[in-house]
Design a protein around this ligand. Sequence first.
Ligand SMILES: CC(C)(COP(=O)(O)OP(=O)(O)OC[C@H]1O[C@@H](n2cnc3c(N)ncnc32)[C@H](O)[C@@H]1OP(=O)(O)O)[C@@H](O)C(=O)NCCC(=O)NCCSC(=O)C[C@H](O)C(=O)O
Ligand SMILES: [Mg+2]
Length: 365
Amino acid sequence: MSGSRSAKDFFRPLAVGAPTPLTEIPARPSRAIHFFDPSNPKMAAKIPDMVGTVDVLLGNLEDAVKADNKVAAREGLVEIARKTANLGGQSGPTQLWTRINSLDSPWALDDLTTLVPAIGDKLDVIMVPKVQGAEDIHYVDRLLAQLEAKAGLDRPILVHAILETARGVANVEEICGASPRMQGLSLGPADLAADRRMKTTRVGGGHPGYLVREDPPKENGVANLEAARATYQQDLWHYTIARMVDACAMHGIYPYYGPFGDIADTTACEDQFRNAFLLGCVGTWSLHPKQIAIANRVFSPSVEDIAHARRVVAAMGDGTGAVMLDGKMEDDASLKQCLVMVKLAEQLAAIDPELKKQYDAIEVA
Ligand SMILES: CC(C)(COP(=O)(O)OP(=O)(O)OC[C@H]1O[C@@H](n2cnc3c(N)ncnc32)[C@H](O)[C@@H]1OP(=O)(O)O)[C@@H](O)C(=O)NCCC(=O)NCCSC(=O)C[C@H](O)C(=O)O
Ligand SMILES: [Mg+2]
């Protein structure tokens, strides 16, 4: 919770006439946040057909949009939001998000003052890049409240921060708790690597140099340092994702992986997404249409996982005590783990008919 606001004030609107802040962030499926450049005619043309095939469509206004196209991207997003049926708002199958330009850029203010009056009723979440601390969220929070009041909006637009500076990582808990608008966090591995002076030039993913090597074999008690030894690549992003997951869980908001820039390497992309899923993330970014299917697959629990989870739930009865299932102990804690899966499966089944069919076909033995 914000240091400067009392508990009673935290959920009061920040401008007269602004919608009342939410006390809980709705758990809407958001396995893939698909980025598109609204100033790119080829990408823009594909958006109407993508509605219903992806959980979130995000009109990107920041990095990857040329400086000369910033205004066209903003205007393009307004046009797409207005024209595209079933996109954004509370009921559509696909949410509409945007990533505005960074708060110190010449475009951020115009992004907000244009988008909120024009399409504030359709915009579900605004992603703010390069967030350094609670002060950045407080700025956006108040400005959004003023703009929402002026536009007569009846629900608050939520805010998502990208963790892509060392200071942002150091302040991650205060960022998550800075406003009731906070919906979640994403990792921005490229900007974060640059800010930390890491020595990877990749956009997310691993690095062959970041590894551990097995001990040398011993011959007559002496280490043979010339022998071949296996190496194991490590995950450069483990620490940051884990911090992000804890901070989000603590504040009741949602953590996401971010971009995986090697579009051609769908296998490594899937691995990176799966690591994030297993650690607690609810979704990831998709930069290219082919990454949507990967994200949808990875961030939906498998039929086997749901079958097991339902068996544990059934076996645990009132939820107390301990039972043996397939030689393994299950108790109240493992029941809670299984309920996380079962609840997620229910949320996904509500919007994904194919998954619903698969989950409904499970027979609990
Ligand atoms: C990565 C790309 C530049 C690749 O584009 P392209 O070379 O055109 O790919 P293809 O030829 O394979 O495309 C096939 C068709 O699909 C369309 N397409 C491509 N990408 C998208 C998309 N994202 N949404 C909709 N449609 C898309 C192409 O136009 C082709 O159409 P057609 O010719 O009619 O068949 C490109 O995918 C791209 O620019 N993606 C988005 C990149 C992006 O948003 N980057 C910013 C996020 S990552 C970041 O900012 C870093 C982060 O902040 C950090 O710090 O870590
Ligand atoms: Mg970035």
